[in-house]
Design a protein around this ligand. Structure first.
Ligand SMILES: C[S@@+](CC[C@H](N)C(=O)[O-])C[C@H]1O[C@@H](n2cnc3c(N)ncnc32)[C@H](O)[C@@H]1O
Length: 560
């Protein structure tokens, strides 16, 4: 198969990582058990240090394709690796003179596996994928015969468009061609004929199929005849969405949403529930104490008083990846997950049902209004939430009140230093006036891609959030956000009676460097020392500050 692409702006090319290490031992293990999930996870663990050039072989690509398809492989490594690897392969195959790319079948199979299961996070790969989509659209419009592999590619593109939420640019000619393709699909449905796969998947590669009335009715009818016979892609693209619509009115309401900022934030996440996830990492279920040391990085002395059966609140649970993973990881716990967005809660609730999670409940609520809860939880987690409130500290005070004395709190808050490029781009977006809707975000990405904005913040395209609509909106188009420094964090914790217990979620090499550079803070609990460390290494909290804290226990009453 061959495609034609437009030239990629040279500075926007995301190259392969530098050569480091080898994957041969993991490949040898996979030769013995090609589809063993543990062997595939071990293979993926070697990718961060893999030398892409040296690793390249048909055997390696086949293993990578199987790892992409393995549901228990859920980390960003495989997604970034596969995106960069494919980008490198396509750029090497592209003829500089006429932009023609001859794609060998093995490479196409790997591309299909990547798109079918994951999100592309390479700006350099995107034009090649867009060219594939356009070629398939033209084939569908013209009624040309295509191979089974091309139909598989169209299906993978449809699934990927669901995941990236249709963020890719679309030319006017494509919009026009798509009208013909949509008519083909609707006519086949109306006539009760077989719906041809190519037009159906091509349509799905451009438009959310659940928004097309004829397709909604057609899929609902098929599902009623037996869900097990429904095509898995139609299930993902249409049936699951219909399920969520049905779940929305059934979500329990815990509080009203009255605060103006909460209402604006709610509106954003009703339109773009965040994030649109599909894979869940596999964590061995553990008791509460072990969970606290594994996830919150707490020393055993700190967890000694933790109860065996934890009551947990996930405040601002989004689409549920976090509370579902938490509920499955924590034995004997009961988990309540709340959010402002009913659409997000419906996504979460459907995923929880599919995965058979029983110790988890969802409710619609504003954190600000949970002030009736007192001493109700042993652990509260609010990751990436409070910084979207007009007065985050008012939200924090409510959470602290809901925590039992001595209870644990995990917070995710933006770092001003780590997000400086994002902050600068947010003000650029406000100046230019890009709208926070699909068209506005596509226009922003077009200008970024054409090198006009890239020069201002090249690091933006290394955020995974750049590649999907809800995530891009969350990253740089958010209706409300603020950010922090470590000294602001220290003051805020102090004012709210919280003891800082350390940061979690940092790579082992960052922790190692911190210990080496800061020997006088062996417990990692000195926020001033962390502040100096961050000044030296401004990317440390690129994700977020993930703080572990404890609510002060009441001091013993002294005898009269
Ligand atoms: C960036 S998302 C993070 C979602 C999730 N914690 C995660 O890490 O994937 C922020 C979420 O916080 C929710 N949120 C923001 N303010 C809230 C409030 N006042 N009460 C409840 N939820 C809130 C939003 O609706 C949104 O789903």
């Amino acid at each position: 198969m061959s495609i034609h692409t437009r030239p990629i702006p040279s500075r926007a090319r995301v190259g392969a990582k530098p050569p480091r290490g080898s994957v041969s031992a993991a490949l040898a293990a996979l030769d013995r058990a090609p589809s063993d999930p543990a062997a595939l996870r071990a293979f993926v663990a070697t990718l961060a240090k893999a030398d892409m050039e040296r690793a390249r072989s048909a055997r390696f690509e086949a293993a990578l394709a199987r790892a992409l398809a393995e549901p228990s492989v859920c980390n960003l490594t495989i997604q970034s690796f596969a995106s960069a690897y494919l980008a490198g392969r396509f750029m090497a195959a592209a003829d500089k003179a006429d932009g023609k790319v001859d794609v060998p079948p093995g490479l196409l199979n790997l591309t299909i596996a990547h798109l079918y299961h994951r999100l592309n996070v390479s700006l350099a790969l995107e034009p090649f994928l867009i060219a594939f989509r356009r070629d398939l659209l033209e084939a569908a419009r013209d009624g040309r015969a295509v191979s089974a592999q091309q139909i598989a590619l169209a299906e993978a593109l449809a699934r990927h468009s669901f995941t990236c939420e249709y963020i890719w640019l679309e030319a006017e000619a494509e919009t026009k061609a798509l009208e013909t393709v949509q008519r083909q699909v609707e006519t086949a449905i109306a006539q009760g004929a077989d719906v041809p796969a190519l037009p159906l998947f091509v349509l799905g590669a451009y438009r959310p199929l659940d928004r097309i009335p004829a397709l909604r009715a057609w899929v609902a009818l098929q599902a009623a005849q037996g869900l097990e016979r429904l095509d898995p892609t139609l299930r993902l693209l249409v049936f699951d969405r219909l399920q969520e619509e049905a779940l929305i009115p059934r979500i329990e309401t815990l509080t009203a949403i009255e605060d103006a900022t909460s209402a604006a934030v709610q509106a954003q996440y009703e339109e773009n529930p965040y994030p649109r996830w599909r894979h869940l990492g596999r964590r061995t279920p553990v008791d509460f104490k072990t969970y606290l040391s594994r996830e919150l990085a707490l020393a055993p002395a700190l967890t000694a008083s933790a109860p065996a059966q934890a009551r947990v609140l996930v405040a601002g649970c989004g689409t549920g990846q976090h509370p579902i993973s938490l509920a499955l990881s924590l034995t004997g716990a009961t988990v309540l997950a709340i959010d402002l967005s009913r659409a997000s809660l419906a996504y979460a609730s459907r995923e929880a049902r599919v995965r058979g999670v029983e110790n988890l409940g969802f409710a619609h609520a504003d954190i600000l209004k949970l002030d009736g809860l007192e001493d109700a939880f042993d652990l509260i987690e609010a990751m990436g939430v409070l910084h979207h409130m007009r007065d985050p500290e008012a939200g924090l005070a409510v959470l602290v009140k809901a925590l039992r004395p001595g209870g644990f709190l995990r917070l995710g808050l933006y770092s001003r230093l780590a997000r400086r490029a994002v902050i600068a781009m947010r003000s650029r977006i406000a100046t230019v006036g890009y709208r926070p809707d699909l068209e506005g975000m596509r226009a922003f990405r077009r200008d970024f891609f054409l090198d006009r904005l890239y020069a201002e913040a090249p690091e933006l395209c290394s955020f995974r959030d750049f590649y999907a609509t809800s995530e891009l909106r969350d990253l740089i188009f958010h209706v409300q956000e603020r950010d922090y420094t470590t000294s602001e964090l220290a003051e805020m914790l102090d004012r709210n009676g919280l003891e800082f217990l350390g940061f979690s979620g940092l790579d082992a090499d960052i922790m190692q460097r911190y210990r080496a550079e800061t020997p006088d803070d062996p417990t990692g609990t000195d926020l001033a020392a962390w502040g100096r460390f961050e000044d030296r290494h401004p990317e440390t909290f690129r994700g977020m500050y993930r703080l572990s804290c404890r609510k002060a226990a009441p001091s013993a009453v002294s005898p009269a």
